[in-house]
Design a protein around this ligand. Structure first.
Ligand code: 13P
Length: 259
């Protein structure tokens, strides 16, 4: 956690979920009603097909709804793509950009990711910019170099603590059930914090730094208690309301410990 930074617990459903999953969204929307929501933000990013109906289900809930990607242009001849404006039009508030699966599957470069973050900001969405090293890069001790390069390349000049969240997702930890050690997460997050402060000053101090990659109910308290970890970006464990809410719930204890 970072003093004075409000944690964010975010779910990324990736290419999962149909109308049959709306019950889970409803259960999440209801599950986050309560006093903890005054101190911790929650967000769900379902597939685009469910975005509009998900925002409708969340109108009376603090659970925010976002998308998993946007195009860098505002409109035009880009078959199959979705603009940031379209996400905002469905009452989405956030968009994930630069997830490693998009960097790999769709050849997205830091430059493209930065343009997507700019498009998100123009539509008044918060961009969740994902960065993280591959297994080979980790084994070659290149993690901090990769993070520096991706932060510089993917985070636009106009980034503020309000419109930008950074998610550190080591590629090898995604969907693998393996997480880095607490020490490694602490080093990576402290490094990102110092890079952001160097570039953005006070804003960099307050920018939220999420950890993502095999976050589960049983490891969430350990991961979320690390300095400069201001929340989680959760894949598999966000598909079930029970698991998502259990991860959110660890903040009950963590906040009590800081009092
Ligand atoms: P898992 O939680 O399934 O490892 O996925 C993490 C992720 O990629 C979230 O964006």
């Amino acid at each position: 956690m970072t003093p004075d930074v409000r944690p964010l617990v975010a779910g990324n459903w990736k290419m999962n979920g149909t109308r049959q999953s709306l019950g889970e969204i409803k259960a999440m929307a209801e599950g986050v009603l309560g006093p903890l929501s005054e101190q911790v933000d929650t967000l769900l990013c379902p597939p685009m097909t469910l975005l509009y109906v998900a925002t409708a289900l969340c109108t009376d809930s603090p659970l925010m709804v976002g998308a998993q990607d946007c195009h860098q242009k505002t409109c035009g001849a880009h078959t199959g793509d979705i603009s940031a404006e379209m996400i905002a039009d469905c009452f989405g508030t956030h968009v994930i950009v630069g997830h490693s699966e998009r960097r790999t599957d769709h050849g997205e470069t830091d430059h493209i990711v930065r343009d997507k973050a700019c498009a998100a900001h123009e539509a008044e969405l918060t961009a969740i910019i994902c960065i993280g090293e591959t297994e080979n890069q980790r084994d070659a001790y290149e993690t901090l170099d990769v993070l520096r390069r991706q932060l510089l390349g993917s985070v636009p000049e106009g980034a503020t603590a309000e419109n930008t969240v950074i998610a550190y997702e080591p590629v090898w930890a995604i969907g693998s059930g393996v997480t880095p050690t607490s020490e490694d997460v602490a080093v990576a997050h402290a490094f990102m914090r110092s890079e952001l402060i160097r570039r953005f000053g006070e804003e960099g101090k307050m920018m939220r730094l999420l950890y993502g990659g095999s976050v589960k109910p049983d490891n969430a308290a350990k991961l979320m208690s690390i300095d400069n970890v201001d929340g989680a970006l959760i894949g598999g464990a966000s598909l079930k309301a029970e698991d998502f809410l259990a991860i959110y719930g660890v903040y009950e204890g963590l906040i009590a410990e800081t009092l």
